[in-house]
Ligand binder design. Structure first.
Ligand code: SF4
Length: 497
């Protein structure tokens, strides 16, 4: 992986989602950077969640259309394949995100192929760098084999990692079962490790309408820009600078720089375009990031939150990448779906990590210990209670045998798991989807977005399509095993969905 010695970031003004204007800007960006797409060219948008609940969470299809058409303009016949691929979040089939975001219709219109990453062959990529979390990572075959990889994230804040620009969007190059491994207090290290799978040849971020405060349900922020670059760390450093954040305070950016993926030193980055850095900063004035501890987040609501440290002593006093941030996203989804959510929630207490303080739960108020590392002793409702940590060291987790979470199974079991005044939700992490279901299960009357009738048909169809494709993959697996090696990169072998 070659990191440009002289990274460049281009700041362009673009106030509207006009695909033709975006196409021109991207084409000019590719030409200025001297880039010509070739071979298997893969575009990865951020489609973490899409649809009416998440209007500002994803890279808009008009943006994608502009990027894909510009790649066609510049790459032409030197591309053997042009495709878009993604794994969305919150345990929803990626088919739903492609459809709800409008990317499906757009790709059909311009005749570009798509990949739902969780439905593709998963390829094992060996890692050998110092301080890695694991000796290998899995990624979908289209990512592993891409010749010209294009990252098209959305310019957003993030409640666990401060920002989600180009580096952080790499969480979508893993399917759920691999993505959720190390998605805890080591999340920033995981993001840095993911950089070793592939580096983008070209980055173009949708900063026309940015998202502030959160990542799934952000507040729209009209930044009116397209930012392009050829070096992932340099790119994120400039984006940070635009919103007044020191990139070295964002752990995954600092770690990726330490891993050799570029510099955060603005004096070493060439910044060009029709918007100066100063003007970009003016446009971004007041942009809010989302890093708020859970105790503070729920102040003034019917939820009291308590958080102790996660298990590893080196990880500090809070699990920024796991359960506490997930409940913040969960409550925001419910608030968007049901405006009366806060009124309907009964008094409850949520506890994370090895918390050592008191829990002021009155009779009838539910106490939920969330996550495998929850660990607490004390009196609740007049009785002694001892919650013991179930945390398993990460070295005991084998990604080869990881299984994906089934949202229908979770729907069916959510209520039963939460019966009683003092309950525990197991998992590391307990995902956003599970925490949405948990809050709905304990708060009568709060509407469940997973049971929304207008979405159910799309959701069920997508789910069945996904499972059918996975079954087909299993049949193909036998064929690959009979034929021996799967591919040319590293020692990759097929590990099928
Ligand atoms: S159980 Fe949750 S809070 Fe604890 S380490 Fe895992 S992700 Fe973090």
């Amino acid at each position: 992986m070659k990191i440009p010695a002289e990274p460049k970031v281009i700041l362009r003004s673009c106030r509207d989602y006009d695909p033709e204007r975006i196409r021109t800007i991207i084409r000019e960006g590719l030409e200025e950077l001297g880039l010509r797409p070739f071979g298997r060219t893969l575009v990865k948008p951020n489609l973490v969640a899409a649809g009416p609940l998440f209007p500002y969470a994803y890279t808009r299809p008009e943006f994608g259309e502009g990027v894909l058409r510009a790649l066609q303009d510049v790459g032409g016949s030197s591309m053997t394949e042009l495709a878009a691929g993604e794994r969305c979040g919150i345990t929803v089939p990626t088919r739903v995100a492609f459809r709800e975001s409008g990317w499906d219709a757009m790709l059909k219109k311009i005749d570009v192929k798509k990949y739902h990453f969780e439905e593709e062959q998963q390829v094992e990529i060996p890692l050998s760098h110092k301080d890695r979390l694991r000796d290998y990572l899995f990624t979908p075959e289209p990512v592993a084999r891409a010749d010209f990889f294009v990252n098209c994230p959305k310019f957003k804040a993030h409640p666990w990692t401060t920002v989600t620009f180009s580096l952080k969007a790499y969480i979508g190059i893993q399917d759920d079962r691999h993505r959720l491994i190390d998605h805890d207090h080591k999340l920033n290290e995981k993001i840095a490790d993911l950089q070793h799978i592939i580096q983008p040849s070209f980055i173009a971020i949708d900063a026309i309408t940015a998202g502030e405060g959160r990542m799934l349900t952000p507040t729209p922020f009209p930044l009116g820009m397209i930012i392009m670059g050829n070096s992932q760390v340099a790119f994120d450093a400039v984006c940070c600078s635009i919103i007044g954040v020191d990139p070295m305070t964002v752990d995954h950016i600092r770690l990726a720089a330490q891993h050799g993926f570029g510099s955060t030193d603005l004096s070493k980055i060439k910044i060009t375009g029709d918007v100066s850095l100063e003007e970009a900063k003016q446009r971004a004035k007041g942009f809010k990031v989302g890093l708020i501890r859970v105790e503070k987040y729920f102040e003034g609501t019917n939820i009291s939150a308590y958080a102790g440290p996660p298990p590893d002593s080196e990880a500090g006093d809070y699990c920024w990448g796991g359960c506490p941030g997930a409940i913040e996203e969960a409550i925001e989804i419910l608030r968007v779906f049901d405006k009366e959510t806060d009124k309907k929630l009964t008094r409850m207490h949520v506890v994370f990590g090895k918390y050592e303080g008191g829990i002021d739960a009155k009779p009838g108020e539910k106490v939920i210990f969330i996550g495998d590392c929850a660990d607490w002793k004390g009196q609740l409702h007049g009785k002694p209670v001892a919650i013991e940590s179930l945390y398993k060291d990460r070295s005991s987790l084998d990604p080869h045998v990881a299984t994906s979470q089934d949202i229908f199974a979770k729907l069916a079991s959510a209520k039963a798991k939460l019966a009683g005044d003092v309950v525990r939700l197991e998992g590391c992490p307990v995902s956003v989807a599970e925490q949405v279901l948990a809050l709905v299960a304990v708060a009568p009357g709060v509407k469940n977005p997973y049971l929304d009738r207008s979405n159910m048909l799309t959701f069920t169809r997508a789910y069945l399509g996904w499972k059918a494709r996975v079954t087909l993959n299993k049949l193909q697996r036998r064929r690959y095993q009979q034929n021996g090696s799967f591919g040319s990169r590293g020692q990759a072998a097929p590990e099928l969905a």
